[in-house]
Design a protein around this ligand. Sequence first.
Ligand code: MG
Length: 421
Amino acid sequence: MSERCIFHVDVNSAFLSWSAVKRLKDDPDSVDLRTIPSAVGGDVETRHGIITARSIPAKKFGIKTAEPVVKALQKCPELVLIKSDFKTYREYSHEFIKILRKHAPVVQQASIDEAYLDFTGTKAASDPLKKAEAIRDEIRDSLGFTVNVGISVNKLLAKMASDFEKPDKIHTLYPYEIEKKMWPLPIGDLYGCGKRTASKLENYGIRTIGDAAVTPLEVLVSILGESAGAYIYESSNGVSDSQVSEEERDAKSYSNESTTSIDIDENNFEAVGLPIVHGLAASVAGRLKRDGVYAGTIEASVKTDDFKRRSHQRRLVNSTNDENLIEKTAIGLLEEMLKGNEGLFSKGYKVRLIGVGGTNLDRQEYQQMSLFDLMKGNSISLGEEKVEPDEGEIRREKLRKMMNDIKTRYGEDAVFKGRKK
Ligand SMILES: [Mg+2]
């Protein structure tokens, strides 16, 4: 089994950075929000709500994300508050992911501002730092905001690594670095370890990730229950087998077609054909919008009176779910197919069905990925969730296998190092 090469790329203070970049684009003389104490969130006028992002200077005042705006203003009265601007966030997020897709064969968008990349088995895997620099620099130089890149052999460690010193930094967290770089961190910093889990562990004197890593599995299970105990045990030892998977695409294309009430020829194409195209474009656009998907390629197809289906497609400069653009593009494609000297009409064909579709899809969903999603298929959960005894047994078996696998790969010491003291 070859070593995996996984990156986690995370935009630094995404909402704040994106608002700053947008503001500078609109007014190059305005102050760069990233260089002053500033924050996104709440209702700017009434000063209610919570902080959703803050600049690094604001962080120095002790302002935290998710804290009430009122409290943040007490800490820093000159704090500049900015309105959320989701339209801008979506645009920059889209550009960000586009660059990642250019570099990596497998990209999994984890939330609006972060993604996992899998370079396993690629040329880039032989020099991951160089690849990470290329990605970081391209994003910074072409889009104007910075990212952190974490590099490791699995998603968990890559994610932990990207959270080290910010901004504009690249960090590795390979298994041999876990003890030095990850174990000294407070247990609450472990990805997937929520506040409640952390405080339960702290009650037992388990304060750092390293403390958890050297605590026997049975003890963690007795404190946290089967699944959470196993999760903390594995992850504090850097074990995670979650795969980087492209988002599930429940559809490869969005299309719709309609048989025509009468045969369409040159003479009635405008009168009969175009209204059909209009309706099809509207339904395709509506479904794309409903699912938050954009089509990069528009396709139009016809079935002629010899029962043959023919289609043409066109790649768009920018992906779209705009009804008018889809309609216009589809009409252009149909005219190419049907009209002119080489067109099907000239050859005497009549049209009995018209289809319009969007393919080459771009999905822009930004649901924050939960631990559940990350561990998808592993049935791991933290908190109060009950685990059936059978499932616990399966999990333990799986864990044993993983530990063995790690030991074979990195040596006996890799897993149990801390415990020998
Ligand atoms: Mg971020």
